[in-house]
Design a protein around this ligand. Structure first.
Ligand code: HEC
Ligand code: HEC
Ligand code: HEC
Ligand code: HEC
Ligand code: HEC
Ligand code: HEC
Ligand code: HEC
Ligand code: HEC
Length: 468
């Protein structure tokens, strides 16, 4: 293949005429020079489906993605780098789905985090290492509350993209350059550079579930037709590029009006605040889950400890930025629709009742985890209320779990680990049918951390009594 492209290159110069021939001729100069500079890129590209389209479809050329302004060995700063829009010119459906889906919010969601802004530039900006390396799957330039936009996100018309020479293409997160294959993106390993480790070890969970193990035993093919489902089978059914799940990353849902009004009986002293909060929440019911008032209250405490609700359980700016604009949690309508679709996928291979029981079990694990977590939160909150801990400089909320590892006390470090590591693993492990993650990396350390916090806070109180 490589050889035939080069032969064509020496032959084409004589039939420049039609636009197509011009395009080909230009491409031959790109290829002819780059074969000596980056032969790896040329080899990948000319073997790729886009350079070898079906009959009657024009082959894609370098200039379709990099422009035609750079043509010599010295003017390469004129080459442009593609964005998702560039790919969207020819793949409108996938482009529109990506834009509507959760991946598109990855960059915005990352920047909404207080912990991101606290990082040194070496950690959070240079060279796409760390947070931004994974989160570049999202669209740059979305503006939210920090930029004074309080409703729907707005777009900055490309200003932020201009600050980054590389890394704006988004689609190449799963279809890597310069091969851009469908089969690569269908392989669960294509998700695994990002969906692994600390707070979202979905790859490890999958590989310790029967689903992943069967996929592996049967030759780890990318196929959609194996005995066991892949990530894509469950999350990108029918090639839908809008990935989103019912519970979402943090396993939180937006409480409904009815959920919150039911708290009046349980915590009557806070009635005024419950009514104020309920007025701002959606109507509706969540399917499947058992929202007893204790669970709603436990979840409200989690939202409070993350600064999403304030001391009086009222929504803060973080509520707008994280819950509404980043879509980190769903309301009932969306939750029910996505869950119904997900269950349909399981029904292709499992009985309805089997699936219902599986979801019920996993929902109840979130409930049990939330109750343990809430005990730990109450203990740390009371250390602040009783003056045993002082609110750190620059913090608006305390405790503030979203300060992550920047917190200075042992009890708050443990709270952070419960939220981002243990609770995540317990519920994500349950949904992904990984007993290993659900229990030994999830529930077990969660319980241990709660015990540590309760014990530590007793000691801190005793020390304060001795040494007021
Ligand atoms: C005469 C040689 C030559 C020709 C012709 C040429 N390039 Fe290049 N190109 C270069 C060199 C040299 C570099 C710098 C590469 C390096 O530093 O490794 C470069 C870099 C690039 C880059 C990377 C720019 C960056 O900022 O990283 C792209 C993309 C590119 N060329 C695309 C093209 C396209 C598209 C064409 C045809 C329209 C083309 N090139 C034609 C020599 C050439
Ligand atoms: C100028 C039009 C054009 C642009 C721009 C373009 N593509 Fe394509 N793409 C094609 C054509 C033509 C095919 C082959 C069509 C086919 O196989 O039916 C294709 C096929 C594909 C496939 C399927 C390959 C396979 O394995 O069957 C993927 C994935 C893909 N493109 C991704 C991308 C990405 C990502 C970008 C942006 C970085 C992009 N395309 C930009 C025209 C384009
Ligand atoms: C380049 C890194 C990267 C790759 C590759 C990647 N993802 Fe993601 N994914 C993310 C990030 C970051 C988010 C969080 C998006 C946000 O902030 O809203 C996410 C979110 C998701 C969600 C939504 C979870 C929710 O909140 O409901 C699903 C589902 C998902 N990814 C599945 C996949 C699948 C399946 C693949 C492989 C085909 C994949 N991802 C490949 C980084 C990646
Ligand atoms: C379908 C779109 C597409 C086509 C066609 C395409 N590229 Fe690229 N190219 C990309 C993407 C995406 C990147 C990564 C950009 C980024 O990181 O922002 C890239 C990056 C590059 C880079 C710099 C990054 C690196 O890895 O060194 C070079 C050089 C380059 N392309 C050369 C070429 C040449 C030469 C051709 C033709 C043989 C070509 N490209 C065809 C999409 C394309
Ligand atoms: C058998 C189907 C199935 C497979 C295979 C699967 N998932 Fe999931 N995934 C689920 C279900 C079910 C949920 C939770 C749904 C809910 O919120 O009710 C979920 C949740 C998620 C979430 C969002 C919430 C969370 O737990 O953080 C992400 C991200 C995710 N999966 C990614 C992946 C990745 C990546 C893979 C492959 C390594 C994968 N999943 C494999 C079914 C699957
Ligand atoms: C999260 C990973 C991921 C991202 C990001 C992604 N894709 Fe895909 N893409 C896939 C998967 C998985 C498939 C195969 C779907 C299936 O099974 O039919 C696919 C299939 C495709 C196909 C082949 C469609 C067909 O069946 O012929 C095209 C074209 C494509 N994607 C283009 C894009 C474009 C353009 C973007 C950016 C706007 C993009 N993809 C972003 C995972 C991704
Ligand atoms: C290894 C890749 C990776 C790194 C590094 C990474 N993330 Fe993520 N992040 C992800 C993935 C994947 C998800 C989605 C997981 C899920 O839904 O279970 C995610 C989810 C998130 C979410 C939740 C988005 C939502 O609304 O669902 C936020 C916020 C976030 N990350 C911020 C950050 C910040 C800030 C950093 C650095 C301090 C960071 N991430 C580092 C891959 C990464
Ligand atoms: C393509 C077929 C397929 C799909 C789709 C599928 N599974 Fe499975 N699942 C299997 C196979 C095969 C096994 C292994 C059965 C065994 O252990 O005997 C399995 C095993 C399981 C197990 C472990 C069973 C046990 O006895 O330990 C659970 C739990 C499970 N699946 C849940 C789900 C859920 C929930 C969904 C949807 C989110 C789903 N599966 C989608 C094929 C599928």
């Amino acid at each position: 293949m490589l050889r035939s492209m080069i032969l064509i290159f020496s032959g084409t110069l004589c039939f420049i005429g039609s636009a197509l021939a011009d395009k080909q001729a230009l491409n031959n100069t790109c290829v002819g020079c780059h074969i000596n500079i980056n032969p790896g890129i040329i080899k990948e590209f000319i073997d790729s489906p886009m350079a070898n389209p079906p009959e009657k479809v024009d082959a894609v050329v370098c200039a379709d993605c990099h422009g035609n302004q750079h043509t010599t060995a010295t003017d390469y700063q004129k080459a442009t780098m593609p964005t998702a829009e560039t790919c969207g010119e020819c793949h409108i459906q996938q482009f529109e789905q990506l834009r509507e889906g959760k991946h598109n919010l990855a960059w915005f969601g990352m920047k909404s985090q207080i912990a991101w802004h606290g990082q040194p530039t070496a950690i959070n900006q240079t060279g796409y290492r760390g947070c931004i390396g994974c989160h570049k799957i999202g669209q740059k330039g979305l503006m939210g509350i920090a930029q004074g936009v309080s409703g729907q996100l707005e777009y900055d018309d490309g200003k932020e993209i201009e600050q980054y020479h590389y890394g704006n293409a988004q689609c190449d997160a799963c279809h890597t350059r310069h091969s851009f294959r469908k089969t690569e993106a269908q392989d669960p390993r294509a998700c695994s550079n990002c969906h692994r480790g600390f707070e979202h070890p979905q790859w490890e969970m999958y590989m310790s579930s029967k689903h992943g193990i069967i996929w592996d035993i049967e030759g780890n093919k990318e196929t959609r037709h194996g005995r066991a489902p892949t990530c894509q089978y469950c999350h990108m059914s029918e090639g839908d590029h809008r990935v989103i799940t019912p519970w979402g990353f943090l396993g939180l849902r937006i409480p409904t009006k009815r959920n919150v009004l039911a708290l009046i009986k349980a915590e009557p002293s806070l009635e005024k605040f419950w009514r104020q909060l309920a007025a701002q929440l959606p109507e509706g019911e969540y399917m499947d889950v058992d929202d007893d008032p204790q669970w709603v209250f436990d979840r409200a405490l989690i939202l409070q400890a993350t600064g999403i609700l304030d001391a009086n359980f009222q929504p803060t700016q973080r509520f707008t930025e994280i819950i509404t604009q980043s879509e980190t949690a769903r309301g009932p309508e969306e939750f029910n629709e996505i869950r119904r679709n997900m269950k349909e996928i399981c029904h292709e291979c499992h009985a309805k009742n089997f699936v219902t029981e599986h979801f019920k079990a996993a929902d109840n694990i979130i409930k049990a985890a939330d109750h343990e977590f809430a005990k730990a939160i109450l203990a740390v909150q009371s250390l602040y209320q009783d003056g045993i801990l002082e609110v750190p400089k620059d913090w608006t909320y305390a405790p503030d779990i979203l300060q992550l590892y920047n917190a200075e006390t042992r009890v708050e470090q443990e709270l952070y680990l419960i939220m981002l590591e243990y609770r995540q693993r317990a519920f994500q492990g349950a949904f992904h049918a990984s007993n290993h993650y659900m229990h030994w990396y999830g529930w077990a350390p969660l319980k241990a951390a709660v015990n540590t916090i309760l014990e530590e806070s007793k000691k801190m109180r005793a020390a304060k009594k001795k040494n007021p």
